[in-house]
Design a protein around this ligand. Structure first.
Ligand code: BJW
Length: 240
């Protein structure tokens, strides 16, 4: 594949770029996506949109923890791939780069990206259900049993279906989307809102929007360019 001339020219000249990433960017690291390949992730017979929901948290917090503990253990051995590293390099390339991710795995940060806007939280943090105190679990072998501040129940600091996004996260991403020249949509099915509105906001404000995905998505038709392929293979092509 070759990067089309117009996109390459825009990439070379751009000063203000935004990238929205989703589960597909971590796929080449071995992290399963939620909906890829015609399948939907299932945990012990429970579809992920049921186990990862506000309703389930209310009904069965230990089951939700079991699902997230399993995933943290799995992610512990996972390392970033070329796509994460390439996006991290873009920080040096563009005067302004905003990285907005729906991923909770922390792999962008592991690859060196900073100031990442995490729309759906981070699996390596817990937060108190009462006082909202945050607990970093990345450096701890064992998850604390209760809040170290007030003793109340802890929950994963991730955004489940039916929950609000972290205060200010979407607003900041939307503001950056409205002022970027070039917007990349990488490895997301574009089905989950409000995250999927980010490229729409960028497009409406005049940005050139480029999707990178092996499959077409509901966003594809509204993009100026669709690069069909894996992020870890496509993104390095911008360097050659
Ligand atoms: C590759 C690749 C490779 C493979 N390279 N690519 C408007 C309309 C209808 C419904 C709603 C709406 N607005 C809000 C809603 C409700 C809901 C929603 O959007 N539902 C839709 C599914 C219909 N949204 C919410 O509930 C959100 N909250 C909210 O709106 O609050 C206000 C509110 C409150 C109360 C009531 C109503 C509204 C919160 C959404 C939170 C999503 N959380 C999850 C789980 C996080 C925790 C966990 O991990 O368990 O976040 S869901 C899951 O989907 C996860 C992801 O971040 C998110 C997006 O998925 P993503 O990243 O796109 O992954 P996939 O698997 O879908 O796609 C992978 C893609 O990669 C595919 O396209 C592949 O082809 C591609 N790929 N290999 C590049 N190598």
């Amino acid at each position: 594949m070759q990067i089309p001339a117009e996109l390459r020219q825009r990439f070379t000249r751009a000063k203000c770029v935004l990238a929205l990433t989703g589960a597909g960017v971590s796929a080449e690291s071995g992290v399963p996506t939620f909906r890829g390949g015609g399948n939907t992730a299932v945990w012990k017979g429970i579809p992920f949109d049921v186990i990862s929901s506000a309703e389930m948290l209310e009904r069965d917090l230990p089951a939700v923890w079991e699902w997230f503990d399993y995933r943290r253990n799995f992610l512990d051995a996972i390392v970033p791939n070329e796509a994460h590293y390439e996006i991290a390099r873009w920080q040096e390339l563009f005067p302004e780069l905003t990285l907005v991710t729906q991923n909770i795995d922390g792999l962008h940060q592991k690859a060196g990206s900073h100031d990442v806007i995490e729309l759906h939280g981070n699996i390596w943090r817990a937060r108190c259900t009462k006082c909202r105190f945050f607990h970093d679990m990345a450096s701890e072998a064992k998850r604390p049993d209760g809040c170290l501040e007030c003793g109340s129940f802890l929950r994963p600091d991730v955004v489940l279906f039916g929950e609000m996004l972290p205060p200010g996260a979407f607003e900041l991403a939307a503001e950056r989307a409205a002022s970027c020249e070039l917007c990349f949509v990488i490895g997301t099915s574009g089905l989950v809102y409000p995250a999927a509105a980010i490229p729409e906001i960028a497009k409406a404000a005049g940005a050139y929007v480029c999707e990178v995905n092996p499959e077409r998505t509901p966003l594809s038709n509204r993009c100026d360019e669709v690069l069909t392929g894996k992020a870890g293979e496509v993104l390095p092509l911008f360097r050659s």
